[in-house]
Ligand binder design. Structure first.
Ligand SMILES: [Zn+2]
Length: 421
C-alpha cells in the first residue's frame, strides 16, 4: 500500500480516538477571559504528544503582565524530529475558548456527541483543530512512515484576546522563527474545504474629547464634550463610512461585505456615570473606542491619517473642545504569498480527500497568523482546519465528526507533500 493510503486508513481507524480526544479537550474549560485551566490543558496536550513520540517543552509567558500566579499563561510545544534534513512543519492551535454565554441547550463543557457532531464551547474554535493536528501526526507514525523533516505541534494561550502571551510570545523568544520553522498551519475553523490566507488590518483607537463643566441648567456656560463626540460620530457616518464602502480589497475576505474597509464604535462613555447619583452638569469629558479594519491596499499610515484629519475637521467647528487620540492596538494585514508551497500542498490534499478544489479565503477577523508573519517572519502560514466559521463563539457550538476526520486527513497528506513524500 502507498504511504498516503496507509495514513488515510490509520485516520479512519482512529476516528473514535480523535472524537474522544476532542471531547476530553472540551471538558477542560480554558475560558478566556480570564484564562482558566491553561496549565491543565497544556499538560493534557503535552502528555498526549509525549506518548506520540514528541519531545515536550512548556513555555510560560514570563514577563507578560497577564501571566499571573492565579492565571498562568503556559504554552506547550511538541517536536518530533525526522530522519533527515527535511522541512519543519509547525501545527499551531490556541487552547483558549471564549466564555460560553447564554442560550445553550446542553452543557457547554460536557463534550456531548449527538447526530454525528461534537458539542461544546471551543469545539470548533478550535479544539477539534488541535485534535486534527495531533492525529495527523499520530497517523503518519502509526502508518510506519518515517519523515525526513520535523513535525511540531503547539498549544498556545490567549488567541481570543490577541495572542500576546501565546504565539506572539513563542515568536518573540525565537521558538517559532523563520530560521527554524518552514511552514505553519493553524487549524482554525474556516470550513474543511477552505484555506485561509490572511486577514485585513486592525486599528483600535480611543478618542477623548474634553469640554468645560458648567451647571446643567445653564448649558450655554459650558462646553459639552459629548456634543464634540457627536460631531465626530456624525462626520464618520456622513463622510467616512460611504468612502470606506467604496474600497474593496483584492484579498478574498469572507463574507463578501467584509471585503470593504469598515469602522465600528466599540464603546462610548461621557459625563457622569449613569448608574451613580447624578448632579446637573455639562459633560466635560467623553471617550469612545473605535475599531477600524483597513485593507492591505490602504495601509495603516493612510488609515490613521484619514481618521485624524476627519476628527480635526469635525472638531474645528467646536471651539473649546479639546481632544486626543490614543492608539490601543495596531495589527498589520497579512497575506500568504501567491505560489506558497503550503497552499499548493493543502489544495492538493483537499482535492484528494474531498474530491474538489479548495477555496482560498481571508478571515474577517484576525488570528495568530499575524504574529507568525509579523514577529516570526514566516510568510508560509495559513489557517486550515475542521469546523464551520459561523458556529464559532455561538451557543451550542459544534463540529461535525466527518469534517474533523477529513481535516485530519488533509493536514496529514499536506504534511507528507511538504516533506516531499
Ligand atoms: Zn480560534
Amino acid at each position: 500500500m502507498h504511504d498516503i493510503d496507509r495514513v488515510v486508513s490509520e485516520i479512519d481507524r482512529a476516528t473514535d480516538e480523535i472524537v474522544q480526544f476532542t471531547r476530553d479537550l472540551v471538558r477542560i474549560p480554558t475560558v478566556n477571559p480570564p484564562g482558566d485551566e491553561y496549565t491543565a490543558c497544556a499538560e493534557f496536550l503535552g502528555g498526549r504528544l509525549k506518548r506520540g513520540g514528541f519531545d515536550i517543552e512548556y513555555i510560560a509567558a514570563d514577563g507578560r503582565p497577564e501571566h499571573t500566579r492565579q492565571h498562568p499563561r503556559v504554552n506547550v510545544v511538541g517536536t518530533r524530529r525526522g530522519t533527515g534534513s527535511g522541512p519543519v512543519v509547525h501545527l499551531n492551535g490556541h487552547i483558549d475558548v471564549v466564555p460560553p454565554g447564554d442560550g445553550w441547550s446542553l452543557d457547554p463543557f460536557g463534550g456531548v456527541v449527538r447526530d454525528g457532531r461534537i458539542f461544546g464551547r471551543g469545539v470548533c474554535d478550535m479544539k477539534a483543530g488541535i485534535a486534527a493536528a495531533v492525529f495527523a501526526a499520530e497517523a503518519i507514525a502509526r502508518a510506519g512512515v518515517s519523515l525526513p523533516g520535523t513535525i511540531e505541534i503547539s498549544g498556545t494561550v490567549d488567541e481570543e484576546s490577541g495572542g500576546f502571551a501565546g504565539v506572539a510570545h513563542l515568536a518573540r523568544v525565537g521558538r517559532i522563527a523563520k530560521s527554524r520553522t518552514d511552514y505553519v498551519i493553524i487549524p482554525e475553523p474556516l470550513d474543511v474545504d477552505r484555506i485561509c490566507i490572511g486577514h485585513r488590518g486592525v486599528y483600535w483607537f480611543e478618542l477623548t474629547t474634553r469640554g468645560r463643566i458648567a451647571h446643567g441648567s445653564m448649558p450655554f456656560l459650558g462646553v459639552s464634550a459629548i456634543s464634540g463626540m457627536a460631531r465626530v460620530l456624525d462626520a464618520i457616518r456622513r463622510d467616512l463610512e460611504p468612502a470606506l464602502a467604496t474600497r474593496v480589497t483584492s484579498m478574498p475576505v469572507v463574507p463578501d461585505a467584509a471585503r470593504h474597509a469598515t469602522i465600528n464604535v466599540n464603546a462610548i462613555e461621557g459625563g457622569q456615570p449613569i448608574d451613580g447619583i447624578q448632579t446637573p452638569c455639562v459633560a466635560d469629558r467623553c471617550r469612545a473606542v473605535f475599531d477600524r479594519r483597513f485593507l492591505i491596499e490602504e495601509g495603516f499610515a493612510s488609515a490613521k491619517n484619514e481618521i485624524t484629519a476627519l476628527i480635526n475637521r469635525a472638531l474645528s467647528a467646536m471651539p473649546g473642545v479639546e481632544h486626543d487620540v490614543r492608539d490601543l492596538m495596531v495589527v498589520e494585514p497579512v497575506r500568504t504569498p501567491d505560489g506558497s508551497p503550503l497552499v499548493d500542498a493543502l489544495d492538493g490534499a483537499i482535492a484528494r480527500v474531498l474530491g474538489k478544489r479548495a477555496t482560498l479565503i481571508a478571515s474577517p477577523g484576525t488570528y495568530d497568523h499575524k504574529h507568525v508573519t509579523r514577529i516570526a517572519g514566516i510568510e508560509d502560514c495559513v489557517a486550515y482546519g475542521p469546523g464551520e466559521l459561523e458556529l464559532a463563539h455561538q451557543p451550542d457550538e459544534s463540529c461535525g465528526i466527518s469534517d474533523l476526520v477529513n481535516a485530519t486527513k488533509v493536514i496529514a497528506l499536506a504534511t507528507l507533500d511538504l516533506m516531499g513524500m
